[in-house]
Design a protein around this ligand. Structure first.
Ligand SMILES: Cc1ncc(COP(=O)(O)O)c(C=O)c1O
Length: 386
């Protein structure tokens, strides 16, 4: 008999994703960048000397580089307002470890990113997940507002745009929720903001006309444009290099927020959780924003092309924010997923997810990749030969 783990861990169903055997396939199943990183990133990694990874990693200057990439040269973000994590998954885990305890409540939406649930469960937290509105998956704003007002949860986790429904919530409304809920830690997972520009950060970092109203600033604190988070001491923003910069496998993500929050969630990580390769790649990726911008533009154009095809063929679909869309196949979704896999194309069945059971989530890539997908999809699900 082995020593049992904590009761919360004994009853936990680990987050599992079908992550093996994906190399060499057209990977439209995890919303990663589908073409890989900038050549400058590849070059930087190739140039790493062996003695660089013989020692523990060093993070000097990385927080500053992240801050500069978010704000420009005259930005107002402090390095202490940037937390470095082994992917945003690790940041999410750290948030729950630092803030979640048995009896606490997580308020979130449904369906949303799958990793929030096990993180809450491993802390013994209760989960209140408010469904997106039918038929268009609109954000349930009034319901969230009411749930916050009824009893402040420990954590509010908002994925914006939401994975997998793509639902977009105006950043102003997120700030309003945070301002109205000072006892709740409000975490905004902005992994996909690059594709539609849905981020609270420009509002917090922007010019005077964009800064929060002075009335929202607690008395005695500095004006909002000196500290972007002065009016929002309970707000944390998550960003990653996985989905746009093409370094998902290196694992690096950021939590951006008030110094005190970043400090607390950083306390529960190890001192060297991010490896030296990820650090080198992150510097190079942050230094090549044009590469990311060009990739995003390519994906958006390919999305328009695919959506036109879906529309013309009468395929039910839902597209909003993010680099993915949902399709309701004519045939059984799991069978279509399997047949696409046999054709070398990976997509993700949403079987078992509330509201979207029976759909496929298809990540968006380049025009060539979308043409490849569409040719196979027509053949497999619509019985049409190109
Ligand atoms: C909404 C959302 N948050 C976080 C993550 C994890 O990102 P990372 O690769 O930075 O750990 C993902 C990855 O799929 C995601 O979709």
């Amino acid at each position: 008999m082995f020593p049992p783990a904590r009761p919360e861990v004994e009853s936990l169903r680990a987050y599992s994703a079908p992550l093996e055997g994906r190399r060499g396939q057209l990977r439209l199943d995890f919303n990663e960048n589908t073409v890989g990183p900038s050549p400058k990133v590849v070059e930087a990694i190739r140039a790493i000397p062996a003695d660089h990874y013989a020692i523990y990693p060093e993070y000097d200057g990385l927080r500053e580089a992240v801050a500069a990439s978010l704000t420009g040269a005259d930005g107002t973000l402090l390095p202490e307002q940037i937390g470095l994590f082994n992917g945003v998954d690790a940041a999410i885990h750290a948030v729950f470890q630092a803030y979640g305890a048995p009896g606490h409540r997580l308020l979130t939406t449904s369906p949303t990113f799958g990793y929030y649930t096990p993180c809450a469960q491993m802390q013994g937290m209760a989960i209140e997940a408010i469904p997106y509105r039918q038929p268009d998956f609109a954000f349930p704003f009034e319901e969230i507002e009411a749930a916050l007002a009824a009893a402040p949860p420990r954590l509010l986790l908002l994925c914006n745009p939401n994975n997998p429904t793509g639902t977009r919530l105006a950043p102003e409304r997120i700030l309003a929720l945070a301002a109205a809920s000072p006892d709740t830690l409000v975490v905004v997972d902005e992994l996909y903001e690059a594709f539609t520009g849905d981020s609270v950060l420009p509002l917090l970092l922007g010019g005077p006309e964009l800064t929060p109203p002075i009335s929202a600033t607690p008395p005695g604190s500095a004006p909002a444009h000196h500290d972007p988070f002065a009016a929002y001491p309970n707000l944390l923003v998550l960003r990653s290099l996985s989905k746009t910069a093409g370094i998902a496998g290196l694992r690096i993500g950021f939590a951006i927020g008030p110094v005190a929050l970043v400090d607390r969630i950083s306390r529960v990580t190890g001192p060297y959780d991010i490896n030296s390769f990820a650090v080198t790649a992150a510097f190079a990726a942050l230094d090549d924003q044009p590469y990311v911008d060009a990739y995003v533009a390519e994906v958006l154009a390919a999305r328009d092309w695919l959506v036109d095809r879906l529309r013309q063929a009468g395929v039910r679909h839902h597209v909003a924010g993010g680099n993915y869309l949902l399709i309701w196949p004519a045939r059984d979704a799991l069978k279509v997923e399997g047949d696409l896999r046999s054709a070398g194309i990976l997509v993700r069945s949403m079987a078992g997810k509330p509201l979207i059971d029976g759909t496929l989530r298809v990540s968006l890539g380049t025009r060539d990749q979308m043409e490849q997908f569409w040719e196979a999809y027509r053949r497999i699900d619509l019985g049409t030969v190109a």
